[in-house]
Design a protein around this ligand. Structure first.
Ligand SMILES: *[C@@H]1O[C@H](CO)[C@@H](O)[C@H](O)[C@H]1NC(C)=O
Ligand SMILES: *[C@@H]1O[C@H](CO)[C@@H](O)[C@H](O)[C@H]1NC(C)=O
Ligand SMILES: *[C@@H]1O[C@H](CO)[C@@H](O)[C@H](O)[C@H]1NC(C)=O
Ligand SMILES: *[C@@H]1O[C@H](CO)[C@@H](O)[C@H](O)[C@H]1NC(C)=O
Ligand SMILES: *[C@@H]1O[C@H](CO)[C@@H](O)[C@H](O)[C@H]1NC(C)=O
Ligand SMILES: *[C@@H]1O[C@H](CO)[C@@H](O)[C@H](O)[C@H]1NC(C)=O
Ligand SMILES: *[C@@H]1O[C@H](CO)[C@@H](O)[C@H](O)[C@H]1NC(C)=O
Ligand SMILES: *[C@@H]1O[C@H](CO)[C@@H](O)[C@H](O)[C@H]1NC(C)=O
Length: 493
């Protein structure tokens, strides 16, 4: 039984390690070429993502998330604020038709009422709080006001001053709706939601904000707040603290801050030189590590901060400059634009502040000096309990030649690795797997890449090779391994 205890202990250690800020994804749909919602949900599940923000209460989307375990943040668009603020009955009807039939199969946990109202071309700011109150009343009648949290998102433009962070202050012209909103948030233990974009701070003022500072690079010059002496190593923390100090100035320092959008565009107009897949990957990778590690901010060290990365897909119908349409992690055909380690715990070297993996992703192959026995065990395991489709390495299939153990193991290791979040632990195989940034594909043998679709080859005749009888240690090792997807899922977000 000792080995069971050993595995249980490892499990606890790993899960214990997983507490941290949550990382979710924004699923914007301002595009005419996106996959159907059920396909999108599959993609989200492949990425082991557990927190998703949508911008409305589209019924097809809400239904697609049923029984997935994903926690959904839904939105009341600005265009609905007038009817929502005017009549309680409008909100009651909306709740009855758009939420109640799908809850709790679809686990809705937040409702955002209005989005960045201070940026709205139509002045709807005065309607937000009355609409929030009516949504609260409707939820209360349905007995859900303790289960679903109501808030509203803001842009950093709600501040009149954000630098230095200690001088952060809300624009007093918004006080008429902001004060009652903050009171509402305190009463209902809801977070203050803000969309933060260091990208724009850099792009609008590259002479004052360095790219390294915006990308969390350790090579960045520190910025010291002269009032507090706090040292800022990145723009994200400085922006959060400017909100924190603004809240403190109004005596709302206990409100939790939640980042409902942040990210980096992968492509932009000619003058948007910072908008590249490499920078986007660096920003989001470092962001996830920062959040998962509970690094907090200089003003609130160790504070858990939940963030939603913007965005799942490039959205071709967004107006504005080129970058507006290119914030996605994925193209509409579901291929990935760059790979991302959602666990924030990969062995990538954060100290480089970039060049973590190239835009084309990473692969996992058999180590050149691994023993035959170890390779065989790893191969057997990947094609068996590991659930990898190994049909491509069968005789006459594209990856059979060269008919060597190392080649077959490489193919199987890589498939397992890609199917399990391309995380370094998914390329361990008892130390016989190594990660590479060079695509191992050759001729017609195509190695799976991050975000690539699963092989469609028929895999009914899987080759679980005979003669495999793991020792006690192997059992522990493989049992632990077979729990990896669960642990990774538990760790993500
Ligand atoms: C928006 O409307 C509110 C109330 O109707 C008003 O107090 C405020 O000044 C308006 N803001 C702008 C920018 O027009
Ligand atoms: C405060 O908000 C008003 C109304 O939107 C705007 O005209 C003004 O420029 C803002 N002030 C600052 C300092 O941003
Ligand atoms: C950089 O900061 C200085 C001082 O705050 C300011 O005067 C200047 O306009 C800023 N430059 C840009 C490009 O924003
Ligand atoms: C995580 O936080 C600890 C303590 O704050 C720090 O020492 C460590 O460098 C951080 N790790 C990463 C990857 O940021
Ligand atoms: C990333 O790679 C590019 C090109 O290879 C190089 O010029 C740059 O210095 C690297 N950046 C870092 C932070 O290592
Ligand atoms: C990514 O792949 C493309 C096409 O295969 C290639 O042209 C490009 O050089 C690759 N980029 C890197 C950074 O390896
Ligand atoms: C295998 O080779 C790598 C470098 O190619 C080396 O770092 C590693 O120590 C070697 N492992 C063993 C077990 O020899
Ligand atoms: C795979 O092959 C088996 C038998 O060879 C067949 O019954 C099954 O329908 C096939 N599955 C797919 C998805 O083609």
């Amino acid at each position: 039984m000792a080995h069971v205890a050993f595995v249980a202990l490892l499990f606890l250690l790993l899960v214990g390690h997983c507490l941290g800020g949550k990382v979710g994804i924004c699923y914007g749909r301002n595009a005419d070429d996106l996959p159907a919602p059920d396909k999108v949900v599959q993609l989200i599940q492949q990425q082991s993502l557990k927190y998703v923000r949508i911008y409305d209460t589209n019924i097809d989307v809400i239904k697609a998330f049923a029984n997935t375990g994903v926690e959904l943040m839904v939105g009341v668009p600005n265009s609905d604020l007038l009817p929502f603020a005017q009549y309680q009955s409008n909100v009651d009807t909306w709740l009855k038709n758009s939420i109640l039939p799908y809850y709790p199969a679809t686990m809705i946990t937040y409702i955002t009422v209005g989005a960045e109202v201070t940026e709205s071309p139509v002045n709807v700011s005065a309607l937000v709080v009355p609409a929030m109150r009516n949504v609260h009343t409707a939820l209360k009648k349905a007995g859900l006001h303790k289960k679903i949290t109501i808030s509203s998102t803001h842009s950093l433009g709600i501040l009149s001053r954000s630098f230095p962070p200690s001088a952060g202050a809300f624009n007093s012209s918004y006080a008429y709706f902001l004060k009652p909103m903050l009171e509402f948030l305190v009463e209902n233990q809801a977070p203050f939601m803000v969309d933060l974009y260091p990208y724009y701070a850099y792009q609008n003022s590259p002479s004052n904000v360095s790219l390294n500072y915006a990308l969390f690079s350790p090579q960045s010059q520190d910025v010291i707040d002269p009032n507090t002496g706090l040292v800022y190593t990145n723009m994200f923390d400085a922006q959060i603290d400017s909100i924190f100090f603004a809240l403190m100035a109004l005596n709302f320092k206990t409100l939790k801050i939640m980042v409902t959008e942040t990210g980096w565009p992968n492509k932009g107009a000619a003058k948007e030189t910072g908008a590249t897949p490499d920078n986007a990957q660096t920003y989001n990778t470092n962001l996830i590590r920062h959040v998962v590690n509970d690094s907090g901010t200089p003003a609130k060290p160790g504070e858990e901060i939940d963030v939603y990365i913007f965005s799942l897909f490039n959205e071709n119908r967004k107006p504005g400059i080129e970058s507006e349409r290119n914030w996605g992690l994925f193209f509409p055909d579901q291929s990935s634009i760059y790979s991302l380690d959602w666990t924030g715990r990969g062995n990538v070297d954060i100290m480089t502040g970039g060049n973590i993996t190239n835009a084309n992703g990473t692969w996992c192959v058999a180590s050149a000096n691994a023993s035959e026995t170890d390779l065989q065990n790893g191969l057997n395991w990947a094609c068996g309990p590991g659930n990898v489709d190994c049909s491509a390495i069968q005789p006459s299939q594209p990856c059979y030649q060269p008919d060597t153990l190392a080649s077959h193991a490489s193919y199987a290791f890589n498939s397992y690795y890609q199917q399990n979040g391309a995380n370094d632990v998914a390329c361990d195989f008892g130390g016989t797997g190594v990660r590479t940034t060079k695509d191992p594909s050759y001729d017609t043998c195509v190695y799976m890449a991050a975000g690539s679709k699963m092989s469609t080859t028929n895999s009914s005749n899987l080759p679980v090779q005979s003669g495999f009888s793991p020792s006690r240690f192997d059992k522990n090792f493989y049992l632990l391994f077979s729990m990896l997807p669960i642990m990774i899922a538990a760790c993500i977000v």
